[in-house]
Design a protein around this ligand. Structure first.
Ligand SMILES: Nc1ncnc2c1ncn2[C@@H]1O[C@H](COP(=O)(O)OP(=O)(O)O)[C@@H](O)[C@H]1O
Ligand SMILES: [Mg+2]
Length: 254
């Protein structure tokens, strides 16, 4: 469980996060949504400990990050998996070496232990014969699977994904969303996904946090997001014609 209390983050004079509070539960896939520039990536980097908020606190299973020693921070970082926007694989390493990377950084496992674990998670994301390929030989969807395998290889308690399905076709995007949700459930991870994609909301989003201009404008679930009258949310949700039609059908029926 992650508890975020009133965090503020600025860069020089630019006040980006303006006091955000929320919680993310274990075993759940939570979504942070909002328009481009609303602060999603900055927020996720605060959760990862890459940015230190000037005000407020973030607690991981009750431990407030800013109060941890350097060793404790390092141990906590080892419990975090991250899928960066655009996969961010190392071009010069094979897929298997990419997946082993967090084990090299955070564990003292032998090479064969690391290889076995990498092959296990590659199988889990349904990549059976890809380990000796280079990332450039893999499709966009495969690269995302590799990025997910790398994020979970060290058995994280926390998984953070920044727009994991950007650049994918809608069908592959749904497969990737579902894969992240299955893994979250299977390994009881606290997962936070950034998205600006309403399809993700339909697929996952047990908990949705809506950001606008660095503030939490709304939070709820995918069941409630289609019923809210909050204009900030409806502007976003019904910016697509498809969802306008779905809403009209829904209102006509009820
Ligand atoms: N390292 C940084 N330095 C200065 N401004 C930044 C930095 N990172 C992000 N920003 C600004 O913060 C705002 C929110 O950005 P971001 O979190 O990337 O939005 P989103 O991910 O929702 O598209 C933007 O105006 C962006 O220019
Ligand atoms: Mg972003």
């Amino acid at each position: 469980m992650i508890e975020v209390k009133n965090i503020h983050k600025s860069f020089g004079d630019a006040h980006i996060l303006k006091g955000i509070s929320t919680t993310f539960e274990k075993g759940k896939t939570s979504l942070v949504i909002g328009q481009s520039g609303s602060g999603k990536t900055v927020f996720l980097k605060c959760l990862l400990g890459l940015f230190a908020p000037e005000e407020g606190s973030i607690a991981y299973n009750g431990n407030i990050y800013s109060e941890l020693s350097d060793d404790q921070k390092r141990n906590l970082r080892a419990e975090m998996g991250m899928v960066f926007q655009g996969s961010a694989l190392f071009d010069s390493m094979t897929i298997q070496e990419n997946v082993m990377f967090p084990l090299r950084m955070f564990t003292k496992q032998s090479k064969s232990e690391m290889e076995d674990r990498a092959d296990f998670v590659l199988k889990r994301v349904n990549l059976d014969d890809a380990h000796h390929k280079m990332p450039s030989e893999a499709s966009g969807g495969m690269q995302k699977r590799v990025a997910i395998a790398r994020a979970i290889v060290n058995k994280p308690k926390y998984l953070f994904c920044d727009e994991p399905n950007s650049g994918l076709d809608p069908k592959t995007a749904i497969v990737i969303d579902n894969l992240i949700q299955e893994i979250t459930d299977e390994y009881n991870i606290t997962t936070v996904i950034n998205s600006h994609d309403m399809n993700s909301v339909m697929e996952i989003g047990e908990k949705i946090v809506f950001l606008k201009d660095g503030l939490k404008a709304w939070e709820g679930s995918k069941e409630t997001i289609f019923k809210t009258d909050n204009e900030v949310v409806t502007d976003f949700v019904y910016s697509s014609e498809l969802f306008k039609k779905v809403r009209k059908m829904y209102l006509d029926e009820n």
